[in-house]
Design a binder for this molecule. Sequence first.
Ligand code: ADP
Length: 319
Amino acid sequence: MKKIAVLTSGGDSPGMNAAIRAVVRKGIYHGLEVYGVYNGYHGLVNGNITKLELGSVGDIIQRGGTILRSARLPEFAQVEVQKKALEQLNKFGIEGLIVIGGDGSYRGANALTKLGFPCIGVPGTIDNDIVGTEITIGFDTALNTAINAIDKIRDTASSHERTFIVEVMGRDAGDIALYSGLAGGAETILIPEEDESIDDIMERLNRGKLRGKKHSIIVVAEGVMSGVELAEKLREKIDSDVRVSVLGHIQRGGTPTASDRVLASRLGARAVELLLEGKAGRAVGIVENKIVDNAFSDIIDQPHYIDRGIIQLSKELSI
Ligand code: ADP
C-alpha cells in the first residue's frame, strides 16, 4: 500500500484534528502518501481530495472541529453513489481509507469495504455511542464543557434557591448526561437508558427539600425530552422556580482535553497500522486502556452499552 486517505464525517467532535494529524504523520512515517478528503463522503464523491504533508497537520492538535470539515450525504446509502466515490479513489490511486466519525459514517465505510475498498473506522463523536470502544474521541472534552457549565449554574441556583434543568446532548445515548451529572454532582440525572417518572423526580426533589436543600440541579439527556418540556411538567407539580439551560453546540466545540488528544493519537495511528497489515472493514477502539479493533459487522446496529454500575453509583451519591 502506497497511498491512503482520511476523512471526517457526521457530527464533528473535539479531537478529530488530533486523529487526522496522527493518521497523516503515522502514514508518512511509514513511507505512505496521505490524502485528505474534504467534507466527508460528499467530498469523496466529488473528488475534493488533496495530498497532505507533515506541515499540513501542524498546529492543529489543540484545535476543536475538523480541518477536513464534515458534511452529511444521505445519498451515500445508494450503491451508485458509493461507486462514484470508488472512481474518485481509483483516480487518485488511493488504496485505503480511514473514516473518522460515528455509526452512520461506519455504515458508509462498511459499504465501501464490501465493494472491495479497504476502510478502517475511528470513533469520533461526543456522544460516546459507538459499540466496540469504551470511549469515543470528543466525549471527554464534551463532558468537561458540560461540567464547567453545571458548576456555574450551581452558583446561581444556590443564590436564588432554584431548581435548574440542564439539557445536554448525546442523541439517543445518555453518556454525556450520566457522566456530567455524576461529575457535576447533579441531584437527578435523566437518561434514555433508564425510565424515571415525573413522580420519581418529585420524590427526589422533596427528599432534598426535607433535608434543607435550597436548590436542585437536574441533568436531562436530549434523548429523553427537551429541558423545556421537562420544566413544563415539573412546574405543574412544584412551587419553586424552575429554570432551563440548554447547553447545545458548545458541547461540540472547544480545545480537546489531553485525554481526547492522546486517545485520538493512539486510535488514528492504529488505524494506519491496520491498513498496512492488510486489514479492512474494521473499527479501532479502546477497551481497558488497550487499543482494539472490531469488524464493522459486529458494531453497526448493536445496542449501545451504558455502564449500569455508574447509573447505580450516581443514584447512591445523590440521595
Ligand atoms: P455519524 O457518523 O456521526 O453517526 P451520520 O449518521 O449523520 O453521522 O452519518 C454520517 C454520514 O455517513 C451520512 O451523511 C452519510 O453520508 C453516511 N451514512 C450514514 N448512513 C449510511 C448508510 N446506511 N450507508 C452508507 N452511508 C451512510
